[in-house]
Design a protein around this ligand. Structure first.
Ligand code: URP
Ligand code: ZN
Ligand code: ZN
Ligand code: ZN
Length: 484
């Protein structure tokens, strides 16, 4: 069974050219002109690009007394509908739980995935068992990225000493550290003060997590990663303070990456001042949406390369779940959706405005992610031998985003009413055409786990450099006698 994507323009992170693509048994087997012999998909007027990779999702995640509503079935359906062909979800151990037991729970959740997926491991507590488990997680389970929450005090948060111990272990194992960077101690104090003063509505969520707390935590994480000698990936970079820290670290030669979300790029803090409680609460996430100054900074970061990837942090709660926080904003489950909308929104607000080139679009939605997470060129590439995770992107196709016709299982969409131009004509997941001109032909269970090896080239380079520059005693010929 051979499928040929005909008459399209291939757009990768570094090339644009006209060619057909042959797909067999889930992989790309030929790229060239006038290919013949197989089922044809007409890509005239379209760009043939690597499918999107969303490096940050929370599907069926236990959080704040409930579970996020989109699971691996509805979440990956939403992904495919929007041109994303791989998601990376966070496995979250409970306090005292072994990392391997947490992974079993995530293995069970993911059996109905419609597209390929991988996991990051979260370090939510610290002890000898976590230290020991990390080796098996990396070497046997194909997970090379470990997230640390510097916020959510009393729940997921870890302290600096725990982070330093974990980062050193990751450095030994050739893995990469990730952080949710917000100063959780200060957020907890600000939250208590706001509530005591009668600021109980969703707008207070934004006041409780100002950009300074994110900037401080980002700087702290960068310093700790540098001391431990481990590459660092900062998730959901939302503000200039955090971006500035990442930019400065990169300019100083440190291996640090920043990940803005499509929500932070295109939605601002005015959403929290909406007179409708539900409207504001549905947009509560951490970090919160910011003002235009911060949005401009994030776009500039993508343009200049100081920020590397665009994600969603898809963590979708229904209106009913959001209402757990009526009368107390700190009880509103934190999280927003975006899986179906990331690529069309970024194309519309990034490429169609001239902020990003089509090649940069591919880089930040797919190729850079695959390289950082060490699954390139299996993913993130249009190359012979790569997985046929492809999106045939029609730059003329338009729609208005609406919860009424989305794949996500929740009852609203934070992008409701936004008009997008640039949508998938076809989305292929390992060769299977899951989106066919607006029709969903997904197959629950088709998605496979993507193992990611440790010791990527950047991990090796950093450990070599840290080794060469490590403190060493000076060898001296004569040592003066001690005493008077
Ligand atoms: O508000 C958010 N971002 N919810 C998901 C969990 C996290 O912090 O990433
Ligand atoms: Zn987070
Ligand atoms: Zn997250
Ligand atoms: Zn299939």
């Amino acid at each position: 069974m051979s499928t040929i994507i005909k008459n399209g323009t291939i757009v990768t992170a570094d090339l644009t050219y006209e060619a057909d693509v042959r797909v067999e048994d889930g992989v790309i087997t030929e790229i060239g002109k006038n290919l013949k012999g197989g089922t044809e998909l007409d890509a005239s007027g379209c760009y043939v690009m690597p499918g999107g990779i969303d490096p940050h999702t929370h599907l069926e995640m236990p959080f704040m007394g409930t579970y996020s509503t989109d699971d691996f079935d509805s979440g990956t359906r939403a992904a495919l509908a929007g041109g994303t062909t791989m998601v990376v979800d966070f496995a979250l151990p409970n306090q005292g739980e072994s990392l391997l037991d947490a992974l079993k729970r995530w293995d069970n959740k993911s059996t109905r995935a419609n597209c390929d997926y991988s996991f990051h491991m979260a370090v939510t507590w610290w002890g000898e068992q976590v230290f020991d488990d990390m080796e098996a997680v990396v070497r046997e389970r194909g997970i090379n990225t470990f997230k640390h929450f510097m916020a959510y005090k009393g729940a997921l948060m870890v302290n600096d000493d725990e982070m330093y111990s974990s980062f050193k272990r990751l450095s030994e194992l050739g893995a990469t550290a990730m952080v949710h960077a917000e100063n959780g101690d200060v957020v907890a104090e600000l939250t208590a003060k706001l509530l005591a003063e009668g600021n109980t509505g969703p707008e207070a969520h934004a006041y409780s997590r100002p950009p300074q707390v994110e900037g401080e935590a980002t700087n702290r994480a960068i310093m700790i990663a540098d001391m431990a000698g481990v590459p660092l990936y900062v998730v959901h970079t939302s503000c200039e303070e955090s971006h500035e820290a990442i930019r400065r670290a990169k300019q100083a030669g440190k291996r640090v990456w920043g990940e803005p979300l499509i929500q932070h790029l295109t939605l601002d803090e005015s959403e929290y001042f909406n007179a409708d409680w539900d409207h504001a609460a549905r947009r509560v996430m951490s970090p919160p949406f910011r003002n235009k100054k911060h949005q401009d900074s994030l776009w500039a970061g993508l343009q200049s390369g100081s920020l590397s990837v665009v994600a969603t942090d898809h963590c979708a709660f229904t209106t009913e779940q959001k209402r757990y926080g009526v009368g107390d904003f700190s009880k509103i489950p934190n999280g927003t959706g975006g899986l179906e909308d990331r690529m069309p929104m970024l194309w519309t607000h990034g490429v169609a405005t001239g902020r990003l080139t089509p090649n940069e679009f591919v880089a930040v939605t797919s190729t850079n992610i695959a390289k950082i997470l060490n699954c390139y060129p299996k993913k993130g590439a249009v190359l012979v031998g790569a997985d046929a995770d492809l999106v045939v992107w029609d730059p003329e196709k338009e729609k208005t985003i609406s919860a009424g016709n989305q794949q996500s299982a929740i009852d609203y969409n934070v992008f409701e009413g936004k008009h997008v131009k640039g949508l998938p004509r076809f989305t292929l997941t390992r060769g299977h055409v899951a989106v066919h001109d607006g029709e969903m032909r997904h197959q629950p269970g088709h998605g496979k786990f993507v193992a990611r090896a440790p010791n990527a080239t950047v991990n090796k380079a950093l450990s070599q450099w840290k080794d060469i520059t490590a403190p060493r005693p000076v060898q001296r010929s004569g040592i003066p006698a001690t005493g008077v």
